[in-house]
Design a protein around this ligand. Structure first.
Ligand code: SAH
Ligand code: SF4
Length: 362
């Protein structure tokens, strides 16, 4: 047995890899070995979480943000970006559509806003979505860093999962991709607060940008395991031309980034067999079948966009965002077909909670 096979076999038996082993896997160039990694991770997923794909109707509620992350198209100082905020009725209409589509759950995602008005608006909107859908729709929030009090307030209103990426587990790299007043420790504290408030904890990282090594990414994966997250949304960095990072390094190799994205998913699935892992939209931006590739490498969640098409262009975190011209109906039909074509089944009308969360509670 060669070294690659030995490491993979041991990883599968123990659900663990050392940092050095992860680096070796991330740097692996042999296509046969890479495929073996994807297939093994997919088999772990099929055994532990099954062949159903959980659906989260993604509602991009607004692109106003107080933060200024160097990579993000909707950062505060991108003055070229036209700003929008959905009204409550618009959010309710999108949520109702997701419910009618039997998506089972939604994600409300947007820029970070910490005003009293916004905090109350979200609380009230969550309550209204719950009553409009007879409490049938699960709600994930992804609205940035907030106080423990706010997280509690939103949890009590009925949201039960929260996604807040740490972006990188290295405080030093965090400092390079954010302005000085965006503090790593505050982001970490927000993750602890989310757990204290009762949320199923989602986090994740962004990877593949300049100045980051395989060892950094390996440590990111081990960090997510140590944090004991319930769900992960992670993906390759993708350029937005009107950002400080996009202006400095305006090109990247899509095929390499997609392979890297799938390797990260596969390794995390082996490290954490029972968590929810999303095959993120960025993968679809890298290749038309990128999202399916992510699912076949071990992911079990996708987030079809249910926002109205006219707002999708304005929520551009990175260039070439897919699906900005398709309406939600097209997305749904295409989705169903593509899942069936790879032997997977959409989990209609299910919240699709993380098994890991349930297992930890028991
Ligand atoms: N404001 C919230 C939620 C919206 S941003 C927050 O930051 O948590 C959601 C995620 O989009 C971020 O966590 C970041 O990882 C990702 N993102 C932003 N710009 C990106 C880019 N250029 N390429 C890839 N992912 C990006
Ligand atoms: Fe705002 Fe999130 Fe973009 Fe940072 S990544 S600028 S917090 S929307």
């Amino acid at each position: 047995m060669n070294n690659f096979d030995k490491i993979l076999k041991n990883g599968l038996e123990t659900s663990s890899f050392s940092e050095e082993e992860l680096v070796l896997m991330l740097d692996e160039k042999n296509p046969e070995n890479i495929q073996k990694l994807f297939d093994s991770a997919n088999a772990v997923k099929l055994e532990i979480v099954g062949n159903k794909v959980s659906l989260r109707g993604l509602i991009e509620i607004g692109n106003v943000c107080r933060k200024n992350c160097f990579y993000c198209g909707i950062r505060r100082e991108n003055f070229k970006m036209e700003r929008f905020e959905l009204s409550q009725n618009e959010i309710l209409a999108d949520a109702e559509l997701a419910w009618k589509f039997k998506y089972g759950s939604i994600v409300l995602q947007g820029g970070e806003i910490q005003t009293e008005k916004h905090i109350t608006f979200i609380e009230d909107t969550v309550r209204k979505i719950k009553s409009l859908t007879n409490n049938e729709l699960g709600i994930t929030l992804s609205l940035g860093e907030q106080s423990l009090e706010t997280y509690r307030y939103w949890f009590e209103a009925g949201a039960h999962r929260y996604l807040l990426r740490i972006e990188t587990s290295s405080p030093e790299i965090y400092g390079r991709i954010h302005p000085a007043d965006h503090l790593f420790n505050e982001r970490l504290q927000a993750l602890y607060d989310l757990r204290t408030a009762g949320f199923q904890l989602g986090s994740g990282i962004m990877f593949g940008f300049d100045g980051q090594t395989s060892a950094d990414m390996a440590r990111d994966l081990l960090f997510l395991k140590k944090l004991d997250v319930d769900m992960v949304g992670m993906g390759p960095y993708s350029i937005h031309r009107d950002t400080p990072m996009g202006r400095v390094h305006p090109v990247q190799n899509n095929a390499d980034m997609l392979t890297l994205g799938c390797k990260m998913i596969a390794l995390l699935r082996i490290l954490m067999p029972d968590i929810n892992i999303a095959s993120t939209t960025v993968l679809q931006a890298l290749a038309p079948d990128g999202r399916e590739k992510g699912l076949l490498a071990g992911a079990n969640v996708i987030m079809p966009n249910v926002s109205e098409v006219r707002f999708r262009k304005a929520y551009q975190l990175y260039d070439n965002k897919p699906g900005i011209d398709e309406n939600a109906d097209c997305t749904r039909n295409a989705l169903e077909q593509s899942l069936h074509s790879i032997g997977l089944v959409p989990a209609y009308n299910e919240w699709g909670d993380s098994k890991h969360f349930k297992n930890r509670k028991n």
